[in-house]
Design a protein around this ligand. Structure first.
Ligand code: URA
Length: 205
């Protein structure tokens, strides 16, 4: 199966997934979208109201801000892969729960393996925790690290910047680091599904 076919297969599985309780309240599952050869993968938290309605990620206010941030660095959403830690909306937009994140992680693992991006950008705490389990976002945002052979850049969630205007500048500055990071990502190409990295091997950029 080529990467595009694998992404389609994952989306088809996600659409009918019943592996956690969120399937009962969803209108549409939101697998994620973007080209199979994307250099950047953005991982948000989970679908909200509009995403659940449309079955597409980041189509509400946070999505418009994400598009603006991409435009600032000369990119568009069509060039990048955008997805979430969980693929179905939690009722009332509550935080994702551990069992839901665990049930859904297999899909995200496969998406990342298929795309093999140069850089993964985590948006917010839940996707950050996948790579930096005990980190604080206020400390590590904007600092890319190599995790299991892949560059991962933690960032604040765009919705956080919409709610706290002081964060807007911070998010814009972190985004401005991406073009250089993509260039560095070209030198790193080992797949993610290696044994967990020794913390000693994590190199700060
Ligand atoms: N917030 C997210 O984390 N993901 C979306 O898809 C939309 C808003």
């Amino acid at each position: 199966m080529n990467p595009g076919e694998e992404l389609d297969a994952i989306a088809a599985e996600v659409a009918v997934c019943t592996d956690c309780k969120l399937h009962r309240s969803r209108k549409n599952a939101v697998p994620g979208e973007g080209p199979a050869d994307a250099e950047l993968v953005f991982i948000g938290e989970g679908p909200g109201f509009h995403e659940n309605e449309q079955g597409r990620p980041f189509v509400g206010a946070a999505g418009r801000f994400l598009e603006e941030l991409l435009a600032n660095i000369g990119m568009s959403r069509e060039e990048v892969f955008i997805c979430n830690v969980i693929k179905c909306r939690p009722p009332g937009n509550r935080d994702p729960q551990v069992d839901e994140i665990q049930a859904c992680s297999k899909y995200l693992d496969r998406q990342i393996r298929a795309i093999n991006p140069k850089v993964i950008i985590t948006l917010g705490r839940y996707s950050m925790a996948r790579y930096f389990p005990n980190a604080r976002i206020s400390t590590i945002h904007g600092k890319a690290r190599v995790v299991n052979g892949r560059l991962v850049m933690p960032m604040y969630h765009p919705a956080a910047a919409l709610h706290q205007p002081a964060l807007r500048r911070v998010v814009e500055e972190d985004f401005a680091l991406l073009p250089d990071l993509i260039a560095r990502g070209q030198q790193i190409s080992s797949p993610e599904d290696k044994p967990p990295a020794d913390p000693e091997q994590l190199s700060m950029f």
